[in-house]
Design a binder for this molecule. Structure first.
Ligand code: NAG
Ligand code: NAG
Ligand code: NAG
Length: 431
């Protein structure tokens, strides 16, 4: 039955739709996105899907007649076009400032977070200084440093000198770090050998596998992190180029976001060959856990890098680059993410292959969260070698606007798929 309330909502949507169309000036980008406005109000939300419906969503197959090289170049064209637009702060969002630099400013329930070794002291200070200069000097959010060994006194004293917020130091208990007992040594050896034969980086380094597993499904259970809801992950030797004056954590909270990213990439399919099939087994048994408004197309696109998607058995390998991320740890702590992670962990692919935390977070968010809760932080200029997010904004310096990487890496860029398939025109107009 159509109630007055529903009719009112529908009317509001139509008005908004008309307004957005009216303000459309982004040419091609607008054409890509305008049809999908219908989805904003035409689709029922929060209705559990059946197995068949889930599998249907994941069988995404757009008819595309060109070569993948042509598509890479089209997608790079879209990327350049989007980055050509001059941006400032998000326009249609609630923003919170501490412009008076008030000491009474009430912080969100949040920490800056990094996994770092003592020997990376200089590189972590390099990054901290930029985070402070571009953002945290206004808020003084605390920092949490994680390590599988004790931090040295020198490390602790030095980072304290460069941070404006409280510092916490967490030593990861070996139960969260070490290889779990159920991993089959023979199978692990064979898996590693296969990766090494194919020159997969860090295949033979067990601590790297430990780290991937820890970052995928365990860090948010650390005693030192239980008291926080939000984290902003940062890494040694990364760059932050743009001044941001509003509170990033409160942005997430006030605008109903779960996960924020800057860069989206492809992965080496050999590291995740069975991650998708194992995940499909899980969701066949738990179809209700899949969010009806998930990022299905971005996860399953086969056109831009067909060989990769085939080798990863249906997963495009598109992921949010997790060395920068701002997210709500309660999303990971709750079902369905935690239950799915347990299934992955039981499978052992963190050791038999080299499942990374970036694809694991991304598939988790893409399948189990509403994609409208994922935010692309266009305004956070960021660089982790060799990739950048550099917006056309007067708030940024030291980076080349619209720069992604050397052009031979263009086919590693998955952001255009995110823009085309998962963002609405309204999302794109937010900046
Ligand atoms: C691809 O080619 C087929 C057959 O030539 C044609 O019918 C279809 O419209 C083309 N699709 C696109 C997206 O160009
Ligand atoms: C912060 O978030 C954590 C995780 O949700 C929660 O356990 C804790 O009580 C929160 N703290 C405050 C002060 O709200
Ligand atoms: C946040 O999103 C959820 C759906 O994912 C919705 O139920 C809720 O009403 C939203 N809250 C606000 C404040 O927009």
């Amino acid at each position: 039955m159509l109630t007055t309330k529903k009719l009112g909502g529908l009317f509001l949507c139509l008005v908004l739709l008309a307004l957005f169309r009216h303000s459309a000036s982004d040419g091609k980008v607008h054409n890509y996105l305008q049809d999908r406005q219908i989805g904003l109000w035409g689709k029922p939300r929060n209705v559990a899907l059946s197995v068949d419906q889930v599998m249907n969503h994941l069988n995404f197959d757009v008819e595309y007649n060109g070569t993948s090289d042509e598509l890479v170049s089209q997608n790079m064209g879209l990327y350049k076009e989007v980055y050509g637009k001059k941006i400032d702060e998000p326009k249609t969002a609630k923003l919170t400032y501490n412009q008076l630099h008030s000491v009474e400013y009430e912080l969100a329930n949040a920490t800056l977070l990094t996994l770092v070794r003592n020997k990376e002291l200089e590189d972590i200070v390099f990054t901290i200084r930029q985070i402070e200069e571009t953002w945290n000097h206004q808020f003084h959010y605390p920092y949490t440093f994680m390590n599988d060994e004790e931090f040295t006194e020198e490390f602790k004293q030095t980072v304290k000198r460069h941070t404006s917020g409280e510092c916490y130091f967490a030593v990861i208990p070996s139960a969260m770090w070490a290889k779990p007992a159920h991993i089959d040594a023979t199978k692990q050896k064979q898996g590693v050998a296969k990766l090494q034969d194919n020159k997969v980086q860090y295949a033979g380094m067990e601590s790297y596998h430990n780290m991937c597993r820890f970052n995928s499904g365990l860090f948010y259970h650390l005693e030192e992190l239980k008291k926080f809801k939000w984290y902003w992950r940062f890494e040694p030797a990364t760059n932050y180029f743009c001044h941001v004056d509003y509170d990033i954590f409160k942005f997430m909270e006030d605008n109903n976001k779960t996960y924020g990213f800057t860069i989206s990439l492809y992965d080496d399919p050999l590291t995740v060959e069975t991650l998708w099939p194992v995940t499909l087994d899980y969701i066949r048994a738990n179809p209700h856990s899949v969010n009806p408004n998930g990022a299905f197309k971005w996860l399953t696109d086969v056109n831009q890098n067909p060989d990769i998607t085939k080798q990863a058995n249906g997963y495009s390998t598109c992921h949010f680059w997790s060395n920068f991320e701002v997210a709500n740890m309660d999303f990971y702590r709750d079902e369905p993410y935690s239950k799915w992670f347990d299934a992955l962990d039981k499978n052992g692919g963190f050791y038999y292959e080299r499942w990374g935390d970036a694809p694991v977070h991304s598939i988790g968010v893409g399948l189990f969260e509403d994609k409208s809760k994922v935010h692309w932080f266009r305004d956070i200029g960021y660089h982790h070698s060799p990739y950048s997010n550099c917006p056309n904004s007067e708030r940024c310096s030291r980076c080349k606007k619209g720069d992604f990487a050397n052009s031979e890496l263009d086919n590693q860029n998955c952001l255009s798929n995110w823009i085309k398939y998962e963002m609405t025109f309204k999302d794109l107009q937010q900046y």
